[in-house]
Write a protein that binds this ligand. Sequence first.
Ligand SMILES: *[C@@H]1O[C@H](CO)[C@@H](O)[C@H](O)[C@H]1NC(C)=O
Ligand SMILES: *[C@@H]1O[C@H](CO)[C@@H](O)[C@H](O)[C@H]1NC(C)=O
Ligand SMILES: *[C@@H]1O[C@H](CO)[C@@H](O)[C@H](O)[C@H]1NC(C)=O
Ligand SMILES: *[C@@H]1O[C@H](CO)[C@@H](O)[C@H](O)[C@H]1NC(C)=O
Length: 438
Amino acid sequence: MLAPRKRPLHLLIALSLLAFLLFVYRQSAHDLYAQLPSFPGLKSIADNAPANTTLGFGALVVVSKSGSSRRAGLLKAANVTDIELTIPTQPQWTEDDVNKFRSSEDSKMGRGSIYAWLGHHNALRWFLDSGLETALILEDDVDWDIQLRSVQVPLAATAVRSMLPPLRAPLSQSFSNPNLNPPSPQYWGDTTSWDLLYLGHCGDYFSSIDAGIGPGHHYPENLTSIPHKLYPDPSLPSRNDLHPFTASLFTAFNLPEHTRILHRSMFPLCTFGYAVTRPAAERLLSDLAPAKEPPQGIKDVARAFDVAILNACRKGAKTPSPTDPKTNPHPHPDPKQRGRYASAGLRCWTVNSELFHHMPGGSLIAQLEAEVKNFVGIPPVDAVGAEQVVARNETSNIGCGFWNGAFEFEEGDSERLAWLREEVGRKGRCLKVGRDGV
Ligand SMILES: *[C@@H]1O[C@H](CO)[C@@H](O)[C@H](O)[C@H]1NC(C)=O
Ligand SMILES: *[C@@H]1O[C@H](CO)[C@@H](O)[C@H](O)[C@H]1NC(C)=O
Ligand SMILES: *[C@@H]1O[C@H](CO)[C@@H](O)[C@H](O)[C@H]1NC(C)=O
Ligand SMILES: *[C@@H]1O[C@H](CO)[C@@H](O)[C@H](O)[C@H]1NC(C)=O
């Protein structure tokens, strides 16, 4: 009776010893990094460290055509939140630009879709010309929560650093040559470990929305089988106040209330706000989303910029992130060398639910007021969220945002602006009727 029990015990001891040794080894490697604080950039970043005015990215770059009616409101919201936006000038796109983009005369791509594509390219090119390491690209009709900078970004960036730890690549270069500039602090983790962070989207429902969303379609293992991290965020609206699709997905995953997920992107929709690294921007411009419509007749190709990014993330979904620097997936930004990319796509991560969501459109509200329930011409995710948007008087999945105009101020009313910046922006008080004691 004894003999058969002994073997597993020995095995257990041996395995425990191995695990212990591995732990000690990893700890000491970890301590080694921690003991090298002489480069200011390499000090480890404390959990929930505050975000700077560009939210820890090199810049916040807005895609906005000149004369856009959304721009003034966007800049005011940014001012109250105390974040700094960069709006690169967009050329006036001409008939010629549109025709060059189209693959043939019978192209089905609309002018608006082409303009949007060219606008994103313009922002990506501005970023590459700037020499910055990362940028968050935003569309100009986005809304966000008043606690974006004070609460949401510090929590999201902490989650990213836990999955994609900083302090990897620079070791060999910087430590051997103290004259080299120290690398900048990696607020969003090691920027060689990821390509694209989806912070603003209209949902990452793990598959196409036609496949169904929520219990019966999604199971906890859909999440647990991929790299992910759950983290509490008190500023996330409660389950009932989340967009119905998001709420169903989170219920299927058994998520606690007020919990967000950072996970490898599965099926992220819309490009309201995405952060990119330089290699990712280069590949989007030249390789993964070039400014040229694919030839007619090919199925499953992108005829909208957000679909091109979705496809790029899906193609890269199996490429590990972090990736071993030796197999960096971006050795050749030159599209002629395309065959030499180690990854067919980008290593994307999604913050779910999103921190940026586009403002409810005028047509949506008009149709709702006209009691038109089939929401003609409105994207499906918006149509499903429409009634809740009106009932909550808030943008989908945003707790306390700017859309309903509660935090408006007159240009030049510096007194009200100073009050909004202090009470709403800095202290995070949602001073709307019926909220926060008002
Ligand atoms: C914000 O932090 C990032 C990451 O450390 C840095 O690259 C960027 O320059 C900073 N921006 C400002 C305005 O300080
Ligand atoms: C906010 O607006 C004031 C007044 O126009 C301006 O002086 C300040 O630079 C702005 N701040 C930000 C962060 O946009
Ligand atoms: C989710 O998990 C179920 C059960 O394991 C599986 O059948 C389904 O294909 C998964 N869906 C996705 C989108 O991965
Ligand atoms: C929505 O909020 C704004 C600003 O607080 C307010 O003026 C407006 O009356 C609200 N609308 C509804 C339908 O509650």
